[in-house]
Structures are given as structure tokens and as C-alpha cells.
Design a binder for this molecule. Structure first.
Ligand code: ATP
Ligand code: MG
Length: 465
């Protein structure tokens, strides 16, 4: 399909321009592979209705880009000359969302089409660029983004050339203002305009470059890649809530493993996960293997349409940073379990200053980690109680992950795998056999507890520490 697409370009070897032109390259239906029928019929209807009402309207962004590459788009965006209020006047099922950055969502059952008014990108002044205050930077961005503009302005303010392609399903023409088609053909992520300036305007574009490069298996064009390392620390000034959203997109789009490699290589991982980055320096093989394995599992689950939880992902990303902290607290005289609890608390609190992980995820992160303390303690009724714990599965998967990264657990993962498969009497035997292995109760060299009911109760409380 790609071959067919590329064969049809008029002058494929034309030197790419980085700046947006005032008149676009126009590709007629015979010069590109897009077909109106491939796009969401709701999105196509919206474009048609807006055009009939006298506005300009196009399908734009990721859906045009992905379709040109033969990828199924995850959503369909429309760009139009109509203002949000004018759009709403046309569609009864339209809702204006966002206070400062206004967009319109048009609802068709479960499908939502996002319709945005053409915007202009106003250059920022030097004061703004030098500001280290995230609030000032942030308000500057929002202000700029809300200035409406022409179609040409709209193309100019977009991030990458491949994201600035406009498809008109009525005439079936593609408008290419920034040589995006050329870059799709050469599989390149290229910023529109001066890369350094565009990253400074919005440092999140550095993360978007990596996200698209990993997802599409594209390279980042040299001039767009060079400024990333020196500008990477600017991510520290981005509001943590926005970074949380971006990090989810980075790691939950099915290309997390490749994304992680690229983030590390371009020094973007450090400003996002400073403690994990330190662990990567101090203990490279273990940290790298654990994180990569977790991300590879996540990618696989997404490909298999299985659910993935951000909590597991963050638990894995941060886990390698824990031991050093636990040790530090133990050196100050704290016993192991409180030290672990305190280290986990500190680490999550620090991480949330960079990336605002909501409480509904930080709680299960802690539970997955706590489970690692409990899984070795299997004597008496503990094993069965753990199996009933709603967090058991995540905790067990996490244990297997630690083992696959080379952590020595004395066959604990295999034991739990067998225990889940065993019948009642098999389970009883397994628990009884624990008695012959001094460490398997999780009590270390301490003497094995007897399974009188009083003792069991106490053991359960210990296990919950
Ligand atoms: P996908 O939806 O597959 O992640 P996308 O390209 O559609 O990819 P969105 O985040 O949905 O990405 O954004 C839609 C479009 O808005 C982009 O294609 C791009 O043109 C523009 N855009 C988004 N974020 C930025 C940004 N930070 N700077 C400039 N343009 C942006
Ligand atoms: Mg999109």
C-alpha cells in the first residue's frame, strides 16, 4: 500500500523546506492513497456540513498521517474556520470543552469527533522564553494557542510536518503546507520551523517527537533531534498534570519499549523520572532489564487487547529506585519494613512533583510493592489469604518481573505458580513442605511459627505490616 502511495507522488526528491508555505502542495485523489470511505463517516459528515454552511473544514493531524501509513487512526480530528460557537450552532450534539483552550466535541453515540478552530502560533517574546516559572510559561502557551487564525496559520502552529496534512473528503484532495508527505515517504519526524524555538515554545514537543518516532518507527530528522538533549531539562518546568497525561501516552500506546530506549538516549528520561534515572546509572543492567521487560509486557498486552494498568507500569518504573533509599534509612537505624514503607512514600511523593500520578494509581503502586514483602510469607493460612487479596495477581506478576530482571528470590515465583495450579491437598503439602526450608516462610533465620490459631492471627498481622 505504501509503495502505491509513494509511487504516485509528483516530485518525490524535492528538497524539503522546513517552513510552511502560503500556498500548499495539493495532491489530488490520484496522487495519494487516502479514500474517503476509510475515514469515520461522522467526521466526514461534519466536514461536509461545515463546508455546506460556508466554512473551511478538513480532516487533519494524526488521522491523515496514520491513514497515509496504512495505520488505523485512534481518533479523527477536524480543523475548521468556524469558531466554537459557530460550530455549536451547526450541531445539536456539540459541546464546547476547555475554558481557555476551547475545542468542540461532537458526540455520536460512543464516538467523539474533536473539532478545532484554525489557530495561529504567536511567537513568544524573549522574556517569556527565559522565564523559569512554569505558570508564566504555561499561561503564555495557552494564550497563544487560543488566537484564531487562517488555515496557513493553523498549519504553521502544528508541531511536525507529518501532522500538518489536511484532507478534504469532499474534493478528496490533500493539502500539504510543510512537505509532510515528503517526510512520511522518508519516515522522518521533522519540526515545522526552527526546532530550538519550537521546543522552547512547548518542551512537550520533545516527548511527542519520541512518541511518534517510536509509534511509526520513524527517525527524528537531524536538526529536530540535535536540540533535544540540551533542552531536555526544560521538561522540569512543565506542569506535572500535563506530564502525567503525556507519560501515559508514551507508555500506553503499544510502543513503550522502543519509547523508553529513545527517551534514555535523548536524555529525556531523567527529567521525567529522576530517581529511576539515577538507578539506571548506579545499577544499569538490573534497572534496564526490569523496566524494559515491564514495558515489553505492556506492549504485548495492548496488542492482545488486554487491559493495562498505569499503576503496574509506574510500580515497575520506580521500583529500581527503592533499594538505595531503603538502605539509606536502614543505615539511619530504621528497621527493614518501616524503612521500606518510608522509602516508598518518599519516592512516590518526589515523583509526583514531576509527574502528577493520581491517588487512584499511587495507592495500588504501594499495594503492589507491599505485596512483594508479603509473598515470601506463606506459612499457615497466609498463602490462601494472599490469593484472595484483590492485588494478588498484580503482586505475583510483579514478582515474576523482578525475577526475570535477575532478582534472586529462591524460586518464589515458581512456587506461587505451582500453588495456584495445585488442588487443595497439593496446596496443603506445599505449605507443609515450607517447614523444611528455613527461608521459605519469609521469617529468614527466625524459627518457624506454629500454626495454632492464636499464632496464625498474629502472623497475619505481621504479614500486613
Ligand atoms: P495521535 O492522536 O495518534 O496520538 P495526533 O497527531 O492526532 O496523534 P494529538 O495529540 O491528537 O496527536 O494532536 C492532534 C494534532 O494537533 C497533531 O497532529 C498536531 O498537528 C497538533 N498538536 C498537538 N499537540 C501539539 C503541540 N504540543 N504543538 C503543536 N501542535 C500540536
Ligand atoms: Mg489525534
Amino acid at each position: 500500500m505504501l509503495k502505491k502511495l509513494f509511487q504516485s507522488f509528483r516530485s518525490p526528491l524535492r528538497k524539503p523546506q522546513q517552513h510552511v508555505r502560503t500556498t500548499p502542495e495539493v495532491l489530488s485523489s490520484s496522487q495519494h492513497s487516502l479514500q474517503r470511505s476509510q475515514f469515520s463517516r461522522y467526521a466526514v459528515n461534519i466536514v461536509e456540513r461545515l463546508q455546506t454552511a460556508g466554512y473551511q473544514a478538513y480532516l487533519v493531524g494524526g488521522c491523515v498521517r496514520d491513514m497515509m501509513l496504512g495505520i488505523t487512526p485512534k481518533d479523527f480530528d477536524v480543523a475548521t474556520s468556524a469558531t466554537p460557537e459557530q460550530i455549536r450552532a451547526e450541531f445539536r450534539n456539540a459541546r464546547i470543552i476547555g475554558r481557555r483552550f476551547k475545542l468542540v466535541h461532537i458526540h455520536f453515540g460512543r464516538e467523539i469527533i474533536e473539532v478545532a478552530t484554525f489557530r495561529a502560533n504567536h511567537p513568544i517574546d524573549d522574556d517569556d522564553e527565559d522565564s523559569n516559572q512554569s505558570s508564566r510559561n504555561e499561561s503564555g502557551r495557552i494564550l497563544r494557542d487560543n488566537v484564531y487564525g487562517t488555515l496557513e496559520d493553523d498549519a504553521q502552529r502544528r508541531d511536525f510536518t507529518i501532522n500538518a496534512l489536511y484532507y478534504d473528503p469532499v474534493t478528496e484532495r490533500v493539502l500539504d503546507y510543510a512537505n509532510g508527505v515528503h517526510d512520511i515517504r522518508n519516515r522522518l519526524i521533522r519540526l515545522i520551523g526552527d526546532p530550538q524555538q519550537r521546543y522552547k515554545e512547548d518542551p512537550v514537543r520533545m516527548l511527542r517527537a519520541v512518541r511518534f518516532a517510536a509509534k511509526l518507527d520513524f527517525g527524528i530528522e537531524k536538526h529536530s533531534a540535535t536540540p533535544i538533549r540540551p533542552l531536555a531539562p526544560m521538561l522540569r518546568d512543565i506542569p506535572s498534570a500535563r506530564l502525567f497525561e503525556e507519560v501515559l501516552k508514551l507508555f500506553l500506546s503499544g510502543y513503550a519499549e522502543a519509547t523508553f530506549e529513545m527517551l534514555v538516549d535523548l536524555e529525556l528520561f531523567e527529567p521525567l523520572f529522576p530517581a529511576s534515572s539515577k538507578a539506571l546509572e548506579d545499577n544499569p543492567t538490573y534497572t534496564h532489564t526490569l523496566i524494559s521487560e515491564a514495558l515489553a509486557n505492556t506492549d504485548l498486552r495492548i496488542k492482545q487487547n488486554k487491559p493495562v494498568t498505569p499503576a503496574f507500569l509506574f510500580a515497575a518504573l520506580l521500583w529500581p529506585a527503592l533499594p538505595a533509599r531503603v538502605l539509606r534509612l536502614q543505615e539511619r537505624g530504621m528497621p527493614p519494613i518501616p524503612a521500606m514503607q518510608e522509602a516508598a512514600h518518599e519516592l512516590i511523593t518526589e515523583q509526583c512533583q514531576r509527574i502528577a500520578i493520581p491517588k487512584r494509581f499511587t495507592m495500588p503502586i504501594r499495594e503492589i510493592w507491599d505485596m512483594q514483602e508479603r509473598l515470601p510469607r506463606r506459612s499457615g493460612k497466609r498463602a490462601d489469604l494472599l490469593l484472595e487479596n484483590p492485588r494478588f495477581r498484580a503482586g505475583y506478576d510483579f514478582l515474576l518481573l523482578r525475577e526475570s530482571a535477575g532478582e534472586e528470590t529462591d524460586g518464589l515465583g515458581e512456587w506461587w505458580t505451582d500453588y495456584q495450579d495445585a488442588n487443595d491437598s497439593g496446596r496443603r503439602d506445599m505449605i507443609r513442605d515450607l517447614g523444611s526450608k528455613p527461608d521459605a516462610t519469609g521469617q529468614g533465620p527466625r524459627k518457624r511459627r506454629r500454626s495454632s490459631s492464636g499464632k496464625r492471627k498474629r502472623a497475619g498481622v505481621d504479614g500486613a505490616e
